[in-house]
Ligand binder design. Structure first.
Ligand SMILES: N[C@@H](CCC(=O)N[C@@H](CS)C(=O)NCC(=O)O)C(=O)O
Length: 233
């Protein structure tokens, strides 16, 4: 496979294992676009269970997407693999500090902490409750209907927490008036909450709804969108 080399100072070649039904991989695609980075996408069929099979399962420590493979430019043929969307996005920011948008505000520790609060609320509080593997484990014990109820309740209460946070931090975007990594996490979660879990985000979490709608219209966010509609998140 021909990998896409980046023009920046490092000339890294990056492959992103992704899925059109993954909010976690969607966050990384947004970060890539905001930084202006090129990568080769490889689709993993999550509903078909490909994450637990052969090549991908061997490559990915957690058998989940996203997984980023990087052939580091300028250091021979060194290749690294990184899982976890937060670790991937922070790597992209640190390795490409001079490219595109600054994802984590550099000169303002309070604002940086706010961005990380939003990121963690999505990634640690909300998303695990909607993960396919978690939901099937609950379903195996309590039945599909109960599992669906638990998931919806957990996502809704996480969404309320996110709303309380954004009510204090948001301007035009999730943290202040500039786009940051926080928006890359809020947009996919707002979309899944509405279109997968059937929640009325506009009335349950009006600030989340407002900033997500605005960010989603930006070219980088549109480019990263993929075919996400319903399914595994
Ligand atoms: N904390 C991880 C979560 C990754 C995750 O849950 N990925 C989901 C898609 S969003 C997945 O691969 N699900 C399939 C599975 O767990 O079998 C991250 O932020 O990257």
């Amino acid at each position: 496979m021909m990998m896409k080399e980046n023009p920046g100072e490092h000339r890294d070649e990056m492959t992103l294992y992704t899925s059109t039904v993954s909010t976690c991989a969607w966050r990384v695609r947004i970060a890539m676009e905001l930084k202006g980075l090129r990568y080769t996408p490889v689709a993993v069929d999550l509903p078909g269970g490909q994450q637990r099979e052969s090549e991908f399962a061997h490559a990915s420590a957690n058998r989940q997407v996203p997984l980023l493979e990087v052939r580091l430019g300028g250091v021979g043929d060194l290749r690294v693999r990184i899982t976890q969307s937060v670790a991937i996005c922070e790597f992209l920011e640190e390795r490409n500090a001079g490219c595109g948008l600054c994802l984590l505000p550099r000169d303002d520790p309070v604002r940086r902490a706010r961005v990380r609060e939003v990121v963690e609320t999505v990634t640690s509080l909300i998303q695990p409750a909607q993960n396919r593997t978690t939901v099937s484990r609950v379903a195996a014990v309590a039945g599909a209907e109960a599992a669906d109820g638990v998931k919806r309740e957990a996502v809704l209460s996480g969404l309320h927490a996110l709303e309380r946070l954004l009510a204090g931090s948001a301007g035009d975007f999730a943290v202040g008036d500039e786009v940051s990594l926080a928006d890359a996490f809020v947009v996919p979660q707002a979309h899944a909450s509405e279109h997968v879990h059937g929640l009325d985000v506009a009335s349950e979490a009006p600030t989340v709804h407002r900033v997500a709608r605005r960010a989603a219209e930006l070219p980088a966010f549109r480019a990263a969108r993929g075919g996400y509609t319903k399914g595994d998140v």
